[in-house]
Design a protein around this ligand. Structure first.
Ligand code: GAL
Length: 635
């Protein structure tokens, strides 16, 4: 498949006289895809029922005339002001019970039936009009579900829908819910589903089973909202339907949303993320301020490849400084090209830059584009042109299955955030730490959804932190023939967030390990391991006959192994994880490579890509990589 480039464009922001020239310049720069429309509701329907399609017709025609393909976004992330009069209670409500207001975006509650109706209505009108338009070659539903903390809403609409959701989940049996949640504790028993409230504004912490159920419900509301749009678009169009996910937004199950779409896309802002989503130290933030974290984007590429069942794009690629991070430096020359090639190396079908031209007005004035507000070239467009030329000249990227995998489960992330048991402990961070260790060892990684039961081809599978593990998953992993890593907290809870009272967790077939006690650790009290590295943040006391792989300096087992399965009860620091990965990789027969700091590699079926995320040249086993350098080598 030919990989392609694109950009996000807002014709409604610019005088119509410049659209044709814009389109010609986009085509000349080597772009293929232009995403439009996703925030344009007030232009499409200035007052209820009065539809203005003419401008969008002409915008699509103008782009199409240059051979550009349009990704058309439904505008439901930005309901216009009149919507608030029609549906005054459509706003999401925060944990303090305050309704969010109009004046930015994503100001709706996923459970509001009236707004769901409006979302279906505008989607149907759009799909009817453009479903067979030859230039509309893909669709996008809404924009970045969950961004700006918008999945959870404590509204009356959510409360009513949550009660229905619970009634169905427990087959109408309130006694079963009371038992599953342990509501005998603190006299929390309910007599009917209609007595159940939302888990906010309680005096002290609510029941974790209640909180987790509400998170699962809230995720399902996103799935349903998205599905409604996808189904309507499909009635009128054969073009693929996508959604643009965000970085480190975990409040809804992307795998479930992804099942209703043909393509997963995501919005990659490496410098914006570094400051507040990566969990980097201050020193790392300084060192990578102009490059971004060497692993954070790659992890999302691999995650969203799984969400899209192989089909994924970067829908928004940072092209210069953004407006929204605590600090907003410019990328190092070469980084926009590196980020683009890195996405292709991970299998992206397309990379689109956000945005075509910097806006002179409103919230994102300080956000760079491919063009400056005066329409002159901004620095990134030269790098985009270079990639477009390279795509024409170079061999096609041929993706292949990796031999190493990480299981990723959104439900585990909700379980950890429901009960972190130590300040700041997060499942996502645990996964990122393991992913980084694999990348430091030069591995190419697949992320797998938690309902995977077929593991053929994998030699090493990491499944850390899965607090609830269905029995058939335990069996499938044990029988997969791969080396498996579990822990900490694997299998620590049943499906309703109680500690299993049979055999102590993790109760893994073929691995004689039980967790007899757990503790979380202050950031300044790591527990040193014998021979290097430490457990920090979280440490379990392990019992069992399995062979000790890592132990504390005091001689307590931290990782135990039996057959091909290993349980690690500590959250290991980088040095500890590097040791553990080395043991597992050797057992799995994987060739480990020691990557220079900031250098990463990824294999496809036919070649190996190398990326230097450092601000200076680095000597590697394949030669000298310039700063922000990319190297392709046939295998
Ligand atoms: C994304 C969003 C875009 C734009 C961009 C700015 O999160 O989808 O609409 O706001 O951020 O970086």
């Amino acid at each position: 498949m030919k990989r392609t480039l694109g950009a996000c464009y807002y014709p409604e922001h610019w005088p119509e006289e410049i659209w044709a020239e814009d389109a010609a310049r986009m085509a000349a720069a080597g772009l293929t895809w232009i995403r439009i429309g996703e925030f344009s509701w007030s232009k499409l329907e200035p007052t209820p029922g009065e539809l203005h399609w003419d401008w969008l017709d002409r915008a699509i025609e103008t782009l199409g005339a240059q051979g550009l393909k349009v990704v058309l976004g439904t505008p439901t992330a930005t309901p216009p002001r009149w919507m608030a009069e029609r549906h005054p209670d459509m706003f999401a409500v925060d944990e303090q019970g305050r309704a969010r207001g109009f004046g930015s975006r994503r100001h709706y509650c996923f459970s509001h039936k009236g707004y769901l109706g409006e979302s279906r209505r505008i989607t149907r009108l759009m799909a009817e009009r453009y479903g067979d338009n030859p230039h509309v070659a893909a669709w996008q539903t809404d924009n970045e579900y969950g961004c700006h903390d918008t999945v959870i809403s404590y509204s009356d609409a959510a409360k009513a829908a949550f009660r229905d959701w619970l009634r169905e989940a427990f087959d109408g049996d309130i006694g079963a819910l009371n038992t599953a949640w342990g509501n005998v504790f603190w006299s929390m028993e309910y007599r009917s589903f209609d007595e159940i409230g939302l888990p906010n504004l309680t005096v002290t912490e609510p029941n974790p089973a209640h909180v987790l159920a509400f998170k699962r419900f809230s995720s399902d509301q996103v799935v349903a909202f998205n599905r409604a749009q996808a189904e309507i678009i499909r009635e009128f169009s054969n073009a693929p339907v996508s959604h643009n996910y965000m970085g480190r937004v975990t409040e809804f199950d992307h795998f479930k949303v992804g099942k209703d779409l043909e393509i997963a896309t995501w919005d990659s802002y490496p410098l914006g993320f570094l400051e507040d989503r990566v969990g980097a130290t201050v020193e790392e933030q300084r060192r990578y301020a102009r490059q971004g974290d060497p692993d954070f984007q790659a992890l999302h590429h691999d995650l969203y490849r799984a969400v899209g069942r192989g089909r994924w794009w970067v829908m928004e690629q940072q092209p210069g400084p953004v407006n929204w991070a605590p600090y907003n430096p410019s990328p190092l020359p070469g980084m926009v090209r590196l980020w683009t090639w890195e996405a292709f190396a991970h299998g992206a079908e397309a990379v689109c830059y956000f945005r075509w031209r910097q806006a002179p007005f409103a919230q994102e004035q300080m956000h760079a584009g491919l063009l400056r507000p005066d329409s002159k070239d901004a620095p990134a467009i030269a790098e985009a042109r270079q990639v477009a030329q390279e795509l024409r000249d170079a061999p096609e990227v041929q993706p292949a299955q990796a031999t190493v995998a990480i299981l990723f489960d959104y439900d585990a992330d909700w379980a950890w955030s429901t009960q972190p048991h130590g300040a700041g402990l997060s499942y996502f961070q645990l996964i990122l730490d393991h992913y980084k260790a694999l990348r430091r060892a030069g591995q190419t990684i697949d992320i797998l959804p938690p309902d995977t039961r077929e593991f053929t081809g994998y030699k090493l599978i990491l499944a850390p932190g899965l607090m609830h593990m269905p029995q058939d998953l335990k069996i499938a992993l044990a029988e997969s023939g791969a080396e498996i890593l579990y822990g900490p907290r694997s299998g620590a809870r049943d499906g309703h967030f109680s500690i299993p009272t049979g055999p102590l967790p993790p109760a893994l077939p073929g691995l004689d390990v039980t967790v007899s006690r757990v503790e979380s650790l202050r950031p300044d009290m790591p527990v040193a391991l014998k021979d290097g590295g430490a457990a920090h943040r979280y440490l379990e006391e392990l019992e069992g006959r399995a062979e000790v792989v890592l132990e504390t300096e005091a001689g307590a087992p931290v990782a135990l192994r039996e057959g091909r399965q290993t349980y690690c009860g500590g959250w290991l620091d980088a040095a500890g994880l590097d040791r553990l990965i080395a043991v597992l990789a050797e057992a799995a027969g994987l060739a480990l490579r020691s990557m220079p700091e900031g250098v990463r590699t990824r294999r496809t079926a036919t070649e190996e890509f190398w990326f230097n995320h450092r601000a200076e040249p680095v000597q590697t086993e394949v030669g000298l990589l310039p700063a922000a350098g990319v190297l392709r080598r046939p295998l």
